[in-house]
Design a protein around this ligand. Structure first.
Ligand SMILES: NC(=O)c1ccc[n+]([C@@H]2O[C@H](COP(=O)([O-])OP(=O)(O)OC[C@H]3O[C@@H](n4cnc5c(N)ncnc54)[C@H](OP(=O)(O)O)[C@@H]3O)[C@@H](O)[C@H]2O)c1
Length: 339
């Protein structure tokens, strides 16, 4: 029996790579009930099973497969919309939903850098929702718009947050090895990526640098002050289906010992007041001691894809310490805005 008071939610871009994760996760969510699906003109009017090329493990949830896809218009029967639209489309339609009174939780980058739009990872900066009062004042919307960060930034900002709080970080050098599913569906052609590394992902390096500063920033009243950390990122696409691997070199204001780094990461429970959300993992950051971990093939699904795994923590002859992280690009991402 379903609880009676589930909140009705819609998914925009429901047929895409991230939209499918939303469908999969929301179909069994304790608080939400999928009440509408919306996608492009190509899909609108078709049933979900006819329009969607399902790419995830298992089947389309039975109660969703026959739902008819609607156009992306702010007339959907829902209170919250989870947006998995391309940024170019999101930029036009998400404000129309917020204006009509929906709470818009977006995975797209279109509004991430606006000063009145929170970019949220609940465990590290849920307090940035204080920006919403400035958003209401500035935009006059009846609803709201919050965003999740880029999928790569998540595997960087989550482990950096407790380290920054404890020891102060002033420099970070980042090299990413990003999964092909991060490019959406159909994404990159097999012939381009098989047996290959592509050392360019449009806009990604700038996103990593800016979003990490925003996420690690502090609220002062209703103003968000980005963290004063110099970040240099190099982004690469590699032949892995899911899970981004990230190499970090970190310079600290107060250089900690290796044991202190491990202890801070393992004991991180989220910043003060982190809500006990249904998908919050018991262990947010998992530290592996083996010399060859983390690996996306072995670590991306840990705690349902909600934990970030950190390993290879060692000193760095250029900055202070080096480490490697693995995080799931679609599971962690879409849940961050679902709670
Ligand atoms: N893939 C990831 O790991 C990842 C992670 C984090 C964030 N994101 C972000 O999440 C968003 C979605 O990414 P994705 O990888 O899921 O992309 P995708 O697989 O290409 O899916 C795009 C979705 O948007 C719909 N759509 C496209 N053009 C539209 C239009 N003009 N009007 C209405 N709907 C339209 C598509 O519907 P049809 O099927 O009907 O064409 C599809 O449902 C992007 O902003 C991306 O940057 C992706």
């Amino acid at each position: 029996m379903e609880p009676i008071n589930k909140i009705p939610v819609a998914i925009l871009g429901a047929t895409g790579m991230v939209g499918q994760r939303f469908v999969q996760l929301l179909a069994r969510h304790p608080w939400f009930k999928i009440s509408a699906l919306a996608s492009s003109e190509r899909s609108a009017g078709k049933t979900y099973q006819d329009a969607c090329h399902w790419l995830l493990e298992g089947n389309i949830p039975a109660e969703i497969s026959k739902m008819v896809i609607q156009p992306v218009q702010p007339t959907l029967d829902a209170k919250i919309v989870f947006s998995a639209l391309p940024a170019s489309v999101a930029g036009k339609v998400e404000p129309t939903f917020a204006d009509a009174g929906y709470a818009v939780c977006s995975n797209a980058s279109a509004f991430r850098y606006e000063e009145d739009v929170p970019v949220i990872i609940p465990e590290i900066n849920h307090d940035h929702t204080a920006l919403l009062s400035a958003q209401w004042k500035k935009r006059g919307w009846k609803g709201t718009l919050v965003t999740s960060p880029n999928c790569t930034t998540t595997g960087i900002a989550l482990p950096l947050k407790p380290l920054h709080e404890a020891f102060g970080i002033n420099k970070v050098f980042v090299v990413t090895m990003q999964a092909v599913s991060g490019a959406g569906y159909p994404g990159i052609s097999f012939l381009d990526i098989e047996d290959n590394v592509i050392p360019f992902i449009g806009g990604e390096e700038q996103k990593i640098e800016t979003e990490t500063q925003l996420l690690l920033g502090k609220m002062e009243g209703n103003l968000r002050l980005p963290a004063n950390i110099t970040i240099s990122a190099q982004a690469n696409r590699v032949s892995v289906k899911e899970g981004h691997t990230i190499c970090l070199s970190i310079g600290f204001a107060q250089k900690p010992s290796q044991e202190e780094i491990i202890s801070v990461l393992e004991n991180f429970k989220g910043i003060e007041g982190t809500p006990n959300l249904p998908s919050k993992p018991k262990q947010i950051l998992i530290v592996r001691q083996e010399e060859d971990r983390p690996q996306p093939g072995k670590d991306r699904h840990v705690n349902n894809g909600m934990s970030v795994t950190v390993g290879r923590i060692r000193t760095c002859p250029i900055l202070d310490y080096r480490m490697v992280t693995v995080s799931h690009n679609t599971l962690r991402m879409s849940r961050s805005v679902q709670s």
